[in-house]
Design a protein around this ligand. Sequence first.
Ligand code: DQA
Length: 143
Amino acid sequence: KTVYVLNGPNLNALGKREPGIYGGMTLSAIEDDCRKAGDELGLAIEFRQSNHEGDLVDWIQEAGDKAAGIVINAGAYTHTSIAIHDAIRAVSPLPVVEVHLSNIHAREQFRHVSMIAPVAVGMICGFGPLGYTLALKALADRL
Ligand code: DQA
């Protein structure tokens, strides 16, 4: 079974981007963690990042045909994207787990709303990179 791990805008800058909030780990180190977790859980990992909303929509549609589930950190599009919300609805019942490195509820008001949460099976936030492997474990349990 394949799980798509999708990352949105500015996550390519992890490691140098606001390390006080997001930590010092790069996205490629997170990818390595996900591959290790995938090996242990028997899941193939398709790991991607884009700064463009439409790419995320395309990949969610693609996952609808090819994947058993999705882990998504949509970055700031989490708070704004009806297109991503609709794309997830359109691939239902494909399970989607939402991840954020930071605890979005302990930050600015504009981060408290998620367009993804209502169409996700669950959401993990505030645990840094560990959230990705927790999300993979949660998906593996479900699949
Ligand atoms: C984030 C939280 C978002 O509010 C922010 O826009 C990001 C990263 C996180 O992983 O904590 O880009 O999704």
